[in-house]
Design a protein. Structure first.
Length: 460
């Protein structure tokens, strides 16, 4: 049985891990930590909640302790890029927890708040910087951040980064880093775009994968309810009044839809809060803290909150709108059923979302249980059944190439060339003789001029 002591971690880090209540490493930690301690670049595929933050934070801290910076102001030696403010703040908290017994200053920067407090900490000197791309490049442009001494670089939730349009910002950051450094890339999914991005800056990376196929947590009870779009709000209000529903995360597809749903629930006497990208950082932090404390037991969110936000005790996840990417469904419902607890995930499917539902079932390889005979059931919203296969990779595969003709049915290249229409006047073809009625000056003079040029004798 693998323990943290078997991973060659130093004693202060082992003490910090024990303080956090961890006794055995997760699979991603057991695979990644030895590779990173050996100085290898790592390309990892792991879902949220697998412990990947500790998988890169612990070896990074050990490296920084073993290779001390010169005296004076601490330079930035480790950079972690994160797609969202919430995830960046959570990663920084993890560095604080795992580094409580070592002297490695760290901080986090993100947009949506005044930069003065962040700049003040940076001027004192930090060795670990966790950042979102926008605020990082902003402060670099102001001359407040120097990335010339970065030794360790982590790109976390890379697929989410690309979904949010950060690809150009990522490439700008990479150009600011020194060429000799250790690189890590973690992503919940591994499409071709992520593999191509990793190939652009990873050097002979070790491949680490703890989820060979996307699957849902067994402790989560999944249900789907077919309902007309106009009745979704009333059905949700009815379900939220159930005594079994204690702490709820509701997902909508758009930011405007999240705000509108909170107002509609408030008119129905149900208190909730919304969190999405258009909210200020203060408003988002206030909504999350209220949700954690239980002041607001209902949080309505876009997919911003689908990854990286770990709130304990979520009893239900409602997909008010089904996601158009089946992988997003797995990340959404993974907010419940954590730490061995059970949870419930209920999805609403209207008449326009049937294909999204079937894509989800193809991805997970499991049919989602249908709730029948509820007050707002809409049979017209139910899509045709499909033949499910075993769990495996995403069904969105490239189409197979068309079958090539057998050698017996292929025509030889020479035969194809002979059947092409030949240019008038070419060898073996008689040029049509223009008549007075249909000849143009070009037709009448172009050929003789070419013949005269060919007959021109060379001059001395």
């Amino acid at each position: 049985m693998t323990t943290f002591a078997n991973l060659d971690l130093i004693e202060p880090l082992l003490r910090a891990v024990a303080h956090e209540g961890y006794d055995r490493p997760t699979p991603i930690q057991a695979q990644s930590i030895p590779l990173l301690l050996a100085g290898r670049d790592v390309l990892g595929c792991a879902q949220t909640g697998t412990g990947k933050t500790a998988a890169f934070a612990l070896p990074m801290l050990q490296h920084l302790v073993a290779h001390r910076a010169p005296r004076g102001k601490r330079p930035i030696r480790a950079l972690v890029l994160s797609p969202t403010r919430e995830l960046a703040a959570q990663i920084d908290e993890s560095f604080g927890a795992y580094g409580r017994y070592v002297d490695v200053p760290h901080t986090v920067i993100f947009g949506g708040v005044n930069q003065s407090g962040q700049v003040k900490i940076l001027r004192r000197g930090v060795e670990v910087l966790v950042a979102t791309p926008g605020r990082l490049l902003d402060l670099v442009g102001q001359g407040l951040i120097d990335l010339g001494q970065v030794e360790l670089f982590v790109l976390d939730e890379a697929d989410r980064m690309l979904d949010m349009g950060f690809i150009h910002d990522i490439r700008r950051v990479l150009r600011l880093l020194p060429p000799r450094r250790q690189n890590l890339l973690f992503s919940a999914t591994m499409p071709h775009s992520i593999a191509d991005l990793g190939a652009s800056f990873l050097h002979n990376p070790a491949w680490v994968e703890v989820t060979p196929h996307i699957k849902t947590v067994d402790q989560i009870e999944q249900r789907v309810m077919f309902v007309a779009r106009a009745d979704k709000r009333r059905l949700l209000a009815e379900l939220l009044r159930s005594p079994d529903v204690q702490r709820v995360l509701v997902f909508t597809r758009t930011k405007h839809g999240a705000n509108r749903l909170v107002k509609q629930l408030d008119r129905a006497g149900i208190r909730g809060a919304a969190i999405h990208g258009n909210k200020s950082q203060t408003a988002r932090r206030k909504a999350l803290e209220g949700f954690r404390r239980g002041d607001n037991p209902i949080l309505v969110a876009t997919d911003l909150a689908a990854r990286g936000i770990d709130v304990e005790g979520i009893s239900h996840v409602f997909n008010f709108d089904l996601p158009n990417e089946p992988e997003t469904y797995v990340h959404r419902i993974g907010r419940t059923g954590r730490a061995g607890l059970s949870g419930v995930a209920i999805s609403f499917c209207d008449e326009t979302e049937g294909e999204y539902l079937r894509d989800i079932e193809r991805l997970t390889g499991e049919p989602i249980a249908v709730v029948r005979d509820h007050a707002y059931e809409c049979r017209q919203a139910e899509p045709p059944p499909i033949q499910l296969r075993r769990r495996g990779p995403s069904p969105r595969r490239r189409p197979l190439p068309a079958a090539k003709p057998s050698p017996q049915t292929r025509r030889p290249p020479r035969a194809r060339r002979q059947q092409r229409p030949r240019r008038p006047g070419a060898e073996g073809t008689a040029a049509p003789t223009p008549t007075a009625g249909n000849a143009t000056p070009t037709q009448a003079t172009s050929r003789p001029r070419r013949r005269r040029r060919r007959r021109r004798a060379p001059t001395d």
